[in-house]
Design a protein around this ligand. Structure first.
Ligand code: UDP
Length: 330
């Protein structure tokens, strides 16, 4: 197999991208991060070179691609808030779809034809069955999910027409942090359950609001499949090697296959932090399915992926180390 030498990581200053850049550094790969800092942080880039810019800007793309011989591109730069996508679809279609096409077209111009794409469980919409495998119908129920599914479709068509190879990884709930707290989740505003619960534990927030206890689940709260951020990064590494060794385009669902409820997460956070976590009961959040759990058999079988940090307590523990570090440097 030809080894991977140089990779462009778009959105490498964000939560998932920064862990990926770190892992590529551990693997001995040269990295160029391209990020516009709309939600990322310069100090989260722990390896490689950095270019400040936007994938919507073709001049920046020309400069980056003409200066580096990339083997592949990994693309993490997208807006991710489902509710916002309903209120501001133009923003989501522009960045997540149109700007991604701009990136793909620059890759074609410069003869780079391997692409790893951050897709999402949101492409499936309301599940017909659980766990969700790759054959599940794709019916997004918000512009965020559509913007990702449209890129998946474009990638299938680019392969057919141009021989452009891609792997789409449909993330379920990315969570946790680097085990030594080198990196972690820093969204602003934060909307994700685990960091919000831990901020309630550390005192940064007064409480956690549970969005509904009347779902058709054992304890009435929503069930999600939380996958450790480094397990997710490892899946990208395997996908990259797959393409680099001449593998075909593919799409994989990426989760642990374990469902945990909101209540399970709060209990785990209490256990690990040893703190009191005040809970407020809230209404259901619009568009939240009761249960989203991945069937990740395909990536296990085809790429040999295995999660190293599958249990919820480990994920919460690593996130708690990160939250504790953030509190201590404040
Ligand atoms: N959730 C909650 N309170 C919060 C944030 C999230 O009860 O303050 C719930 C949310 O309704 C969902 C689960 O936690 O059932 C995970 O939500 P998150 O936003 O972390 O990820 P999503 O599943 O929406 O991608």
């Amino acid at each position: 197999m030809t080894s991977v030498k140089t990779v462009l990581v778009v959105g490498g200053a964000g939560y998932i991208g920064s862990h990926m850049v770190w892992l590529l550094g551990q693997k001995g790969v040269d990295v160029v991060t391209l990020d516009n800092f709309s939600s990322g942080y310069p100090d989260a880039i722990l390896h490689g070179q950095f270019v400040h810019g936007d994938i919507g800007d073709s001049r920046i793309l020309d400069k980056v691609f003409s200066e580096h011989p990339f083997d592949a591109v990994m693309h993490f730069a997208s807006f991710i808030q489902v509710g916002e996508s309903v209120q501001a679809p133009a923003k989501y279609y522009q960045n997540n779809f149109a700007n991604t096409l701009n990136l793909l077209n620059a890759m074609r111009t410069y003869g780079v034809d391997k692409f790893i794409f951050s897709s999402t469980a949101a492409i499936f919409g309301e599940p017909d069955y659980s766990p969700i495998d790759e054959a599940h119908p794709k019916r997004p129920i918000n512009p965020y999910g559509w913007s990702k599914l449209m890129v998946e479709q474009a990638l299938a068509d680019y392969d057919h027409a141009y021989g452009f190879k891609s792997v789409c990884l449909r993330y379920f709930n990315a969570a946790g942090a680097h085990p030594e707290a080198l990196l972690g989740e820093r969204h602003d505003p934060e909307t994700h359950l685990i960091p919000l619960v831990l901020q309630a534990a550390s005192g940064r927030r007064p409480h956690i609001t549970v969005f509904g206890r009347d779902y058709d689940t054992p304890d009435g709260t929503c069930i999600r499949d939380y996958i450790h951020i480094l397990d997710l990064a490892e899946a990208h590494w395997l996908a990259l090697q797959h393409l680099q060794s001449g593998g075909e385009s593919a799409a994989f669902n990426l989760g642990n296959g374990n469902g945990y409820s909101v209540e399970n997460v709060i209990q785990a956070a209490r256990r690990i932090s040893g703190k009191i976590i005040p809970v407020q009961e809230g209404q259901r959040r619009a568009g939240d399915p009761a249960r989203l759990v991945a069937n990740a058999d395909k990536i296990k079988q085809q790429l040999g992926w295995q999660p190293a940090y599958a249990d919820l307590d480990t994920i919460v523990e690593h996130a708690w180390r990160w939250e504790s570090k953030c509190m201590s440097v404040k």
